[in-house]
Design a protein around this ligand. Structure first.
Ligand SMILES: NC(=O)c1ccc[n+]([C@@H]2O[C@H](COP(=O)([O-])OP(=O)(O)OC[C@H]3O[C@@H](n4cnc5c(N)ncnc54)[C@H](O)[C@@H]3O)[C@@H](O)[C@H]2O)c1
Length: 346
């Protein structure tokens, strides 16, 4: 079968909502590398001000502190930026980790509905292409590997529903704008992504395990640890995002890495990498509605986003992430000798 061709939409001036978050800030940097002028809109619900400072140092980036659920025209930075054409809007504003979205359930639902609606209004009326950051969570309890054609089965009345249903509603909203206005907005279904700049308190497993291991604390795992995830290094995700956004693909595509690992194996690997085989592994109660397995079926993405494919090995990505955790989030005391052991990629 030949490669399907799509029209291309070159990047020029780009808006990233949630641009001071983990994924948003890496995306902003990649867009700058592509020669773009970028506006990052963020209200710091979960993003870090230190990330905003880092971005503000980049020549062609502006940061607007604004809640995307409020009137966008109320922000002079946002108003000014939209005076000239904007090629793309990446809608990344939303709490993303279970810890954060269960703390901020309504904010999560509004960001993926009201906030997304405002972004779609701007994009549609100004001819920008919007990319919505959806999630593997839309597949709910469906068995892996998750192909885009799977409908997903999810609990709409539970602690994770604000996020799962927020993303499902968001996808439907993008579809409806495309139908009603003949627009070409798109949806990416992102699977677990990790890397430097994850927020220290948002409870994501790589950061949690890495931080505790470096500090010499027990490694905490929810449930029996046999649940599996497929971890994608942020650099790989970014390349996929740019490939998707540049091509006028409108249907959802999975983005991530399809290599699965159990959380128990991940903990053992991190323990070896920080050089402390004696660290205890502690099992905490399992989390309600947590999916057992997550693994993207990448067949469509590999075909349509050629030559994209995830290429950073887990050991390499973890090494970079652990080094970053060590230098950013772990203050060393004389007793914390373990933190002085160099991170080995194994
Ligand atoms: N990281 C992952 O593995 C992953 C997986 C699937 C989907 N996603 C999606 O990607 C997007 C980014 O995730 P992340 O991991 O970077 O999370 P993050 O929490 O680090 O970043 C989200 C950013 O959005 C900002 N934000 C939230 N609500 C806002 C609002 N109302 N107005 C303005 N800014 C707001 C936050 O302050 C933060 O800077 C999210 O939409 C998330 O659902 C991420």
């Amino acid at each position: 079968m030949g490669t399907q061709k799509f029209d291309e939409r070159p990047f020029s001036r780009v808006v990233v909502t949630g641009g001071c978050g983990f994924l948003g800030s890496h995306l902003v940097e990649s867009l700058v590398d592509e020669g773009c002028e970028v506006l990052a809109i963020d209200n710091f619900a979960t993003g870090l001000r230190s990330t905003a400072d880092l971005l503000a140092d980049l020549k062609s980036v502006r940061v607007a502190e604004h809640d995307i659920c409020e009137n966008w025209n109320a922000s002079s930075e946002v108003r000014d930026f939209f005076k000239k054409p904007v090629s793309h809007i990446f809608h990344f504003a939303s709490p993303a980790s279970p810890t954060k979205y269960t703390e901020l359930p309504l904010e999560t639902m509004w960001a993926n509905s009201v906030g997304l609606g405002k972004a779609l209004d701007f994009a549609t009326s100004l001819g920008s292409r919007l990319i919505f950051s959806s999630s593997s969570e839309v597949y709910g309890f469906a068995p892996p590997p998750h192909a885009e054609s799977a409908m997903g089965v999810a609990n709409c009345f539970g602690p994770r529903a604000c996020y799962v249903e927020g993303k499902r509603f968001g996808e439907a909203l993008v579809y409806s704008y495309n139908q009603k206005y003949g627009a070409s907005h798109g949806v990416v279904r992102i699977f677990n992504t990790y890397g430097p700049r994850m927020s220290p308190d948002d409870g994501r497993v790589v950061l949690n395990l890495g931080r505790r291991a470096i500090k010499g604390e027990s490694l905490q795992i929810n449930g029996d640890g046999n649940q599996t995830r497929s971890f994608c290094y942020v650099e790989d995700l970014n390349r996929g995002l740019l490939a998707y956004a540049a091509r006028m693909i409108c249907h959802p595509l999975n983005l991530g890495n399809d290599r699965q690992i159990s959380i128990n194996e991940l903990a053992l690997k991190i323990r070896r990498m920080v050089g402390n085989l004696k660290l205890p592994i502690e099992h905490l109660p399992s989390v309600q509605d947590e999916p057992i397995h997550r693994q993207p079926d990448l067949e469509q993405s590999l075909k349509l986003l050629q030559p994209w494919r995830p290429s950073v090995e887990l050991d390499e990505g973890l090494k970079l992430t652990l080094e970053w955790i060590r230098s950013n989030y772990v203050s060393l005391s004389a007793e914390e000798t373990i933190a002085k052991v160099p991170v080995a990629a194994i």
